[in-house]
Each structure stands twice: as C-alpha cells, then as structure tokens.
Design a protein around this ligand. Structure first.
Ligand code: FAD
Length: 118
C-alpha cells in the first residue's frame, strides 16, 4: 500500500483539486453558451461552499465574492486566466511562487512548447 491509499491531507486534496479545476478550464469552449456560463458560475460558488478544507473554502468564497476575484467565464481564455489568478492568490497566501498566467494553457491544455509533454 502507498499513501495514495490513505485519506488525503490538505496538500494532496489541493493538488488533485487544482488538476480538476484547471482541466475544466482547458476543456471549456472558446465561446460558451449563456447557459454554460451560468452553470459554471454556479459550480464555482457551490465548489467554494463544499470544498472539504473549511478554512480554504472560507477564503475561496471571499475571493470569488471580491471585486478582483469575481469569476470570469465568458471564454476559455478568460476562464483559464481567471483560474490561474485564483490559484496565484492561494499561492501568495501560502508563500508559494506565483505562476506565469501567460502559460496556463501550455501547463493545462496544449503541453509545453518545448515538447516535453509529447
Ligand atoms: P499546487 O498549488 O497544488 O499546484 C499544482 C500544480 O499546479 C503546480 O505544480 C503547478 O504546475 C501548477 N500551478 C501552480 N500555480 C498555478 C497557477 N496559478 N495557475 C496554473 N497552474 C498553477 N492549502 C492551504 O494550506 N490553505 C488554504 O487556504 C488552501 N486553499 C485552497 C483553496 C483551493 C480552492 C484549492 C483548490 C486548494 C487550496 N489549498 C490550500 C491547497 C494548496 O493550494 C495546494 O494545492 C497545496 O498546498 C499543494 O501545493 P503544491 O505546491 O503541491 O502545488
């Protein structure tokens, strides 16, 4: 058995969750319907309520309710950037390095330009 077979701690839960969230933005349509944009906003709000690390959830709820943090879901590019910025806000809080949001798509959708994911 490995630790993968144990209940997740906050770090493991976080890594898995960011993988899901960024991958949702990567598969989001370039031009989403108004209904999908509404559903996506609802999803983010429910996700922020149900996220099973309560202090994380509380801060994420505050973030998406703030002027800078309000979800932007009108295109894949915008949503992907927004998620990257939301993740950077958590990185900053935890004293981790900021990620270059100009490269979110290479990290989560296309693979890096140097071909290391091919
Ligand atoms: P992670 O931060 O999990 O990142 C995983 C990978 O994503 C990185 O290796 C990198 O390749 C890529 N990446 C990094 N930054 C970005 C970015 N800005 N945009 C795109 N890709 C990026 N933990 C706490 O201790 N306290 C909290 O309050 C807290 N709040 C959280 C809130 C949410 C909504 C989520 C999903 C997680 C939260 N976490 C929190 C967990 C925390 O963010 C990390 O997931 C955890 O600390 C593990 O960090 P890591 O260094 O392995 O990489």
């Amino acid at each position: 058995l490995s630790t993968d077979d144990c209940p997740p701690d906050v770090e493991t839960l976080g890594r898995s969750s960011w993988t899901l969230l960024h991958t949702i933005t990567a598969s989001y349509p370039p031009r989403p319907s108004p209904a999908l944009q509404r559903d996506t906003t609802t999803f983010l709000s429910l996700f922020a309520q149900l996220y099973p690390c309560w202090t994380c959830a509380e801060d994420f709820q505050k973030y998406i309710a703030s002027d800078n943090g309000r979800p932007r879901v009108s295109s894949r590019e915008e949503f992907g950037r927004w998620m990257c910025e939301a993740h950077n806000a958590v990185n900053e809080k935890l004293g981790k390095e900021r990620f270059d949001c100009g490269r979110w798509e290479e990290r989560w959708r296309t693979g890096w330009k140097d071909g290391r994911c091919d």
